[in-house]
Design a protein around this ligand. Sequence first.
Ligand code: GRF
Length: 215
Amino acid sequence: MNNRIKVGILISGNGTNLQAIIDASQKDDFPAEIVIVISNNPSAYGLKRAILADIPIKVIDHKLFNHREDFDSAVSIELRKADCELVCLAGFMRILSEQFIDEWPMKIINIHPSLLPSFRGRNVQKQAIDAGVRIAGCTVHFVISELDAGPIIAQAAVPVLKTDNSDSLSARILRQENHIYPLALELVARQTQGEPMSTVRTNIPNAEEKLISLY
Ligand code: GRF
């Protein structure tokens, strides 16, 4: 497809969400292409996934910077160099400065392993178990300066089983993250290409059912 939206992906670790987006973007009609993968962690496994898919990578180690804003500027410069139009945070474990977020207004997308607005911050799967909720899940949302807030793009629900611990619940939520992140990116990329949201939805078969999936 011509006119694909150029996307930069920021990672810190394993990169299963990155992999899900790589797989989706290999389809001819996917409206986005990954033009760079940036990791703050030099040993992130996700870097190998990008190399295997022939995607340019850049390591920007946050430990080499004294100030958060300086690290963020270095990231922004690389994203600009690659002509990125959208930025996906995929297991990126750094909080971004207001300066960075202002530079990319409504252009940054994040995946979070809870049904926002419940359970923000870290260890949210444990927070969900400790709170005794019966339904957990994950959320793809636009990034604003408030942490784990911002307009919601897609969510998937995951039941909490009586036998669950934080690890087992995290693993089932992650499978759903991998499912909805490419769908959410597809929605946003099509909108960025100028399609109205209503048209976007009809382009994905059974979009409503897929975005809220219970199993
Ligand atoms: C995911 O649960 C993501 O939501 C969280 O970090 C986990 C790792 O994701 N922030 P990935 O396998 O590196 O994509």
